[in-house]
Write a protein that binds this ligand. Structure first.
Ligand code: HEC
Length: 487
């Protein structure tokens, strides 16, 4: 194996890891990511253990507050799953999705049947029929590696504002479809690769909180809805903040970390912070769920089960009865029946009907082998991204009116099969989101550490700018690309 082959293998692994956000920090996860993303380019299909094993981290669970029993699950490799009967039966809910690495799903509280989903590489999607169908809302979004979503209601316009955290900063989307603008001022000192969590802390002085690989940031929102820049929370400087929750009623804020001291609690709206004790200190936290009515009752998802406190985090009980996989990645409370909880792990979903005392694994989640996923997504008639350029035995794109990519574009495949039509048919690889944007910043950022010359960069940028030429029927503000380049 020559040096460049080794390089390629490592780079493919690196993107798999990057795509796993928090989980990338665990060495067994790194292997899982690596295996699930290795691809035999000649065959155009994934190779290795990914075919037989499942790598379906459950990333997020959302329970509909309006319609009892309606649950959505965001997964790493399967896209979205939906149950209409409290988890007894499940279906894939991916119609319209072009990317199955779904990291977050949020239910609108302003509009019935409306949902948003964040995908890593495919940007943001919206559904107005409770997950039956999805459409991209990426036009103007300058970065499509999206992780967490936060929704807030803007009283003056009586509209919901959607905030999305991406791999290079946060965007705010207002209007229908959302007009995106970057809100990353103050994150300039940041040089970590990933953000992980984003919440709205809706007190009298509402603020956004953003958890990153290197600390916690907060951004005050003026009452007129106009936001100021981000400020780092000094007490959590440098910590990997993977989970956030806030209780506006008593000013309590909770920040969970990964390998950085467990859970941190503020009881004064973020002014001062203390580490929770009682055994959480060494654990990796993935999610925090607050009881909607009982103040001080909260649950945290850790690598060692679900932990519960009913005194605001002073004392803790471990809940693992029936939880056959203790590595819990996602957690949700049914807002309409708050003794009911859902816990998502590496390929399984559990339900408790008694506040977490006993858990039951839900069967029938339609986790398909990778090949089947590919068939499912092929059936969605995704327009071919790029005409085939090599011998590919995977599904061939049909006749294409797309421009031919410059040869150097193939170099982008060192890390992700983004420019390869066969790989681009696979749910877990990047796809071109039709998001009118200025590609220069992305291409420059992506070219770092490769042999892509400035001339080749210019060709790739020109190609991508043509490729995503906006549809005239889609009115949109001018794309902004003022984000700082990755260091
Ligand atoms: C050195 C490895 C590497 C190479 C080479 C690479 N990428 Fe990426 N790419 C990544 C990683 C890691 C991410 C996710 C984190 C991020 O956004 O920085 C990503 C994310 C992306 C995204 C989603 C984020 C966005 O801005 O919408 C796009 C699009 C993208 N890459 C395009 C490209 C293009 C075009 C090229 C070739 C010029 C390329 N990449 C080359 C590693 C790479």
């Amino acid at each position: 194996m020559n040096r460049s082959m080794i390089h390629n293998a490592l780079l493919i692994a690196a993107v798999g890891v990057a795509g796993m956000i928090g989980s990338a920090l665990c060495s067994s996860d790194v292997r899982a990511a690596d295996a699930s993303k290795s691809v035999d380019v000649a065959q155009g299909k994934p190779t290795g253990p990914a075919q037989s094993r499942s790598y379906h981290f459950i990333r997020a669970v959302a329970v509909d507050p309006r319609t009892p029993g309606v649950i959505f699950v965001a997964t790493d490799n399967q896209g979205l799953l939906r149950s209409l009967d409290g988890g007894a039966t499940w279906n894939l809910a991916n119609a319209g999705l072009k990317n199955y690495l779904v990291y977050d799903v949020k239910i609108s509280s302003a509009t019935p049947n409306r949902l948003y989903a964040a995908t890593w590489g495919g940007g943001v999607y919206q559904s107005d029929d409770s997950g039956v169908s999805w459409r991209e809302i990426n036009d103007g979004l300058g970065n499509t590696a999206a992780g967490a979503l936060a929704l807030r209601f803007d009283a003056p316009t009586r509209r919901e504002i959607l905030d999305v955290e991406t791999s290079i900063g946060v965007y705010e989307g207002r209007g229908e479809p959302p007009v995106w603008r970057p809100i990353s001022e103050g994150l300039r000192g940041w040089n970590g690769p990933q953000f992980q969590s984003l919440i709205l802390f809706e007190t009298a002085a509402p603020a956004l909180y953003l958890g990153t690989e290197r600390g916690l940031y907060t951004r005050a929102l003026k009452t007129d809805g106009k936001a100021r820049g981000w400020k780092e929370v000094a007490a959590l400087k440098g910590k990997r903040v993977s989970a956030l929750a806030g209780d506006a009623a008593n000013g309590a804020l909770y920040a969970g970390t990964v390998a950085d001291g467990g859970l941190f609690i503020s009881r004064d709206g973020g002014a001062t912070w203390n580490a929770a004790t009682g055994g959480l200190e060494k654990l990796w936290l993935r999610a925090i769920a607050l009881h909607p009515v009982r103040r001080g009752l909260l649950y945290v998802a850790t690598g060692a089960g679900v932990w519960k406190s009913d005194d605001g985090g002073e004392t803790w009980t471990v809940l693992t009865d029936g939880l056959t996989d203790p590595d819990v990645r996602a957690l949700a409370i049914d807002p309409a029946a708050p003794d009911r909880l859902y816990a998502g792990t590496h390929g399984a979903l559990f339900r408790s009907d008694d506040g977490g005392a006993i858990w039951t694994k839900l069967e029938g989640l339609p986790f398909d082998p990778v090949e089947k996923q590919s068939t499912a997504i092929d059936a969605q008639t995704i327009p071919p991204a790029i005409p085939p350029t090599g011998p590919l035995s995977g599904p061939q794109p049909g006749p294409s009116t797309r421009p031919t990519p410059p040869a150097a574009f193939a170099k982008c495949n060192q890390c992700h099969g983004w420019t390869d039509p066969a790989l681009n048919q696979k749910p877990t690889y990047w796809r071109t989101a039709s998001n009118r944007r200025n590609w220069r910043a992305t291409v420059t950022r992506m070219s770092e550490g490769t042999t892509i010359s400035p001339e080749e960069q210019a060709q790739i940028t020109a190609f991508l700018d043509r490729y995503t030429t906006p549809e005239p029927s889609h009115p949109q503000a001018a794309p902004k690309s003022s984000l700082p380049p990755k260091r």
